[in-house]
Write a protein that binds this ligand. Structure first.
Ligand SMILES: NC(=O)c1ccc[n+]([C@@H]2O[C@H](COP(=O)([O-])OP(=O)(O)OC[C@H]3O[C@@H](n4cnc5c(N)ncnc54)[C@H](O)[C@@H]3O)[C@@H](O)[C@H]2O)c1
Length: 256
């Protein structure tokens, strides 16, 4: 396993799912880790279960809380070498019924917060001539699904931010990539199974096979550890030539 001793990693949404798996992997590889999350209790439990890991509470829909969290994490860890923009939520509804406040919440958390954190992290990375920014996109950074207008828009936007960051940061030793998974077995997906069953009017046990993985040649959910492994790879020396990529781990979904 690659050692990340001496490196620091800030992971948003690190209290659960993919973010927690990434925090576990970085902590096991020797990095100092900051978990940022809106979930105070979950974040404290997650951080206390890992070595060299701190928790910072922030609602990433708030610019003030996002910026203050970054400053607190950078002060506690002394620097931020690796930024993983991971926090995300889903909301499922047809466009004509989609609540505008849910639209704004998703765009604020999943596009604006990554921009604010990238903006805050780059100067220190440029100074040290090394940095890795991993944006957790989705297969929905590349393709669309009905009833997910805000999520698909946010994930396409995050891939755009990734590409611009890669272009600007390359001369400074900083890479930026967008990891694009298909469905991963996390609480976010558990909630969607129930919502999709309602939207498509089918039983919940048919949702994974008939809706979620129907278009993929490999019909299974991914595990959070598989995404964490890809994140660490993209931060490793072997991946120093990879930047601006849509790094798909999607069971072949987007191969169509
Ligand atoms: N699970 C999947 O199938 C899947 C597939 C592709 C992409 N993704 C993406 O991976 C990322 C993580 O998803 P997950 O499945 O691990 O979800 P999850 O629900 O397990 O974890 C998301 C975390 O984000 C936190 N969060 C939610 N709102 C927040 C806010 N306003 N401020 C700060 N933190 C907040 C939650 O408390 C939670 O800890 C998301 O961006 C998601 O879109 C997930």
């Amino acid at each position: 396993m690659e050692s990340f001793a001496g490196k620091t990693a800030l992971i948003t949404g690190g209290a659960s799912g993919i973010g927690f798996a990434a925090a576990q992997a970085f902590a096991a590889a020797g990095a100092d880790v900051a978990i940022a999350d809106i979930d105070q209790q979950g974040g404290e439990i997650a951080a206390s279960s890992l070595p060299n890991t701190h928790f910072f509470r922030a609602d990433l829909t708030s610019e003030a809380e996002t910026v203050a969290m970054f400053e607190a994490a950078a002060a506690a860890l002394d620097k931020i070498d690796i930024l993983v923009n991971n926090a995300g939520i889903q909301y499922i509804a047809p466009i004509e019924e989609f609540p505008p406040d849910q639209w704004r919440r998703i765009i604020d958390m999943m596009v604006t917060a990554p921009f604010l954190l990238t903006r805050a992290a780059l100067p220190g990375m440029y100074l040290r001539k090394w940095g890795r920014i991993i944006n957790i996109g989705s297969a929905h950074s590349l393709i669309a699904s009905a009833y997910k207008s805000a999520y698909v828009t946010a994930k396409h936007g995050l891939l755009g931010l990734t590409r611009v960051t890669a272009l600007e940061a390359a001369p400074h030793g900083v890479t930026c990539n967008c990891v694009c998974p298909s469905y991963v077995r996390t609480p976010l997906v558990d909630k969607q199974i129930a919502a999709q069953a309602k939207a498509h009017n089918i039983p919940e046990d048919e949702v994974v096979e008939k809706i979620m993985t129907a278009e993929s040649p490999i019909h299974r959910l991914l595990e959070p550890q598989e995404i964490a492994d890809a994140i660490l790879y993209l931060c490793s020396p072997s991946a120093s030539g990879i930047t601006g990529s849509a790094f798909t781990i999607d069971c072949g979904w987007s191969a169509h």
